[in-house]
Design a protein around this ligand. Structure first.
Ligand code: 3PG
Ligand code: CO
Length: 555
């Protein structure tokens, strides 16, 4: 429906090749020793910042600027790429779940009714990330859902928790598990049989993404469904504390464990007649588990036993695949994205990243939609990521390979938009390894250089930006910005994203004279980038898009 035809831009030409580079996890912060972008040699990004003043600026990448509930919510790749691609700010999963819980609408929806059917006879299993990071899930939402489920008749509840340490401080999982245990104890006093049944670190159990490593999902299945794991404990807090005490152990990579009763039997395997809810609202790291729970035909690993369950996601994780079929809260309906408009208007697009961020620059970019809009106009290339390693071991990742693909795509003359995501700052930043993150930032900068050199060669345009902060601040700080120390006097490493703004730079020989950043959008954010791109491709942006960051002055 509607018209996809975009009006011609009155001043800007069509047909230029534009390289659009998204540096994942690359924010702008005060220069100090914990700012890896500052410490690293990044001559290319430095030259953009110190170049023409009206062609570099900062944009907001967190909080309400990307559809999150509050200004205390750090940015993340899902909401960041959604905003970049869609050109408008949509209320995101975190916020939609908040409202559905607050209004009680969640309990009136089809998804909840569906799982409620078995509350009398079966167990309700809740599976997801134990965190208050607000990126994939939030503990306060789980607490409300528990309360609501009990009020609506749930009598036996089992939680399968994935420890975080990636969107929150490492070690915080202990506190989260204690909080949850207190709630469950209160429920038990009221006669509800409620317990934690299994657990494991998010990067090692269940929450893989983009089919990078199915063994991660299998470990989750084994613990949650089959009740099998290498470690058995009587309670989850003890499990987490004990497993964390191993050398090099951390929340992100805790091995899977199951909780057993006095006779050594697992307390909560998933069996016929049970209900299962995956309570993460964010899609990317739940899609694979959702497939394992929902698909009759499934060949990614041997599920051994496939219980007949009623399964619902917190949200529907993939609108194209309609996966899962049942869900508690409607996902944001991100429609009419810039990618779709541009294909209708003859702009041919190439998109590329390595596996761990491939879906970011395609699926999230296109409003959580899988695949191309028009395969004749678009080519999406995924470079396989190293799997089974933590990225501080290979901080250069596939930056060079991604840059080479972009270079070849630009030189091929087959595309007007060549879009890449360079994951280094983010993926290595999440490991908390400062030395490795410095190497990562340098590698990303070198990749940017290769792409900008190619743009120069063909007379094209570049737009370099980022989706949220990460590598620019690797330490937890107090209100005055001083690093916080832990009990033993060590700095508290910040593995998560930040609240910082991100840079955006435009340039290249193909950029029409007179193009510059407007001065009247000081609060501009990631959602303003789509209209900017559409202008640079020679079109007026749709009227309801957030305004373009650029203007064209006569000179
Ligand atoms: C992850 O899923 O890796 C982190 O929770 C968030 O990182 P991303 O938003 O950069 O993907
Ligand atoms: Co990240």
């Amino acid at each position: 429906g509607g018209s996809w035809k975009l009006a011609d831009h009155p001043k800007l030409p069509k047909g230029k090749v534009i390289a659009l580079i998204v540096l994942d996890g690359w924010g702008e912060a005060k220069p100090d020793q914990y700012n890896c972008i500052h410490v690293a040699e990044t001559p290319t990004m430095d030259s953009l910042k110190n170049g023409v003043p009206d062609k570099w600026r900062l944009v907001r990448a967190h909080g309400t600027a990307v559809g999150l509930p509050t200004e205390d919510d750090m940015g993340n790749s899902e909401v960041g790429h959604n905003a970049l691609g869609a050109g408008r700010i949509f209320a995101q999963g975190a916020k939609l779940v908040d409202s559905a819980l607050e209004s009680g609408k969640i309990y009136k929806g089809e998804g909840f009714k569906y799982i409620k059917e078995v509350f009398e006879t079966g167990t309700l299993h809740l599976i997801g990330l134990l965190s208050d990071g607000g990126v994939h899930s939030r503990l306060d939402q789980v607490q409300l859902l528990l309360k609501g489920a009990v009020e609506h008749g749930a009598k036996r509840i089992r939680l399968h928790v994935l420890t975080d340490g990636r969107d929150v401080l490492d070690g915080s999982s202990v506190k989260f598990a204690e909080t949850l245990e207190e709630d469950l104890a209160k429920l038990r006093e009221k006669g509800v049989d409620a317990q934690i049944a299994s657990g494991g670190g998010r990067m090692y159990v269940t929450m893989d993404r983009y089919e990078n490593d199915w063994s991660v999902v299998k470990r989750g299945w084994d613990a949650q469904v089959l009740g099998e794991a290498p470690y058995k404990f009587k309670n989850a807090v003890e499990a987490i504390k004990t497993l964390r005490a191993e050398p090099k152990a951390n929340d992100q990579y805790l091995p899977p464990f199951v909780i057993v009763d006095d006779s050594g039997k697992p307390v909560g395997p998933i069996v016929d007649g049970d209900a299962v809810v995956t309570f993460n609202f964010r899609a990317d790291r739940m899609v694979m588990a959702a497939k394992a729970f929902e698909y009759a035909d499934f060949d990614k690993f041997d599920r051994v036993r496939v219980p007949k369950i009623r399964y619902a996601g917190m949200l529907q994780y993939d609108g194209e695949l309609k996966l899962p079929t049942r869900y508690l809260v409607d996902p944001p309906e991100i429609d009419r994205t810039s990618g779709e408009y541009l294909t209708y208007n003859g702009v041919r697009t190439f998109a590329c990243s390595e596996t761990v961020k491939f879906g970011h620059v395609t699926f999230f970019w296109n409003g959580n939609r899988s695949g191309c809009f028009n395969p004749e106009m678009e080519e999406y290339v995924e470079i396989p990521s190293d799997s089974g390693i933590s990225f501080n071991v290979q901080p250069k990742m596939k930056a060079l390979e991604i840059a080479e693909k972009a270079r070849d795509a630009i030189l091929s003359k087959k595309f007007e938009q060549v879009r890449v995501n360079l994951p280094n700052g983010d993926m290595v930043g999440h490991t908390g390894d400062i030395e490795a993150t410095i190497v990562a930032c340098k590698a990303a900068d070198e990749a940017v250089k290769m792409i900008l050199d190619t743009v120069e060669q063909v007379g094209g345009i570049y737009v370099v930006t980022a989706d949220h902060g990460n590598a620019e601040d690797m330490v937890k700080r107090n209100k005055t910005g001083q690093p916080l120390l832990d009990k033993s006097g060590n700095i508290q490493i910040l593995t998560s994203h930040t609240l910082e703004p991100v840079p955006i730079a435009i340039g290249g020989p193909g950029l029409a004279p007179g193009v510059r950043f407007r001065k009247d959008l000081p609060r501009g954010g990631l959602a303003n980038v789509a209209a900017t791109m559409i202008n640079l491709h020679g079109f007026e942006a749709p009227a309801d898009y957030e305004p373009s960051l650029i203007e064209v002055v006569d000179n």
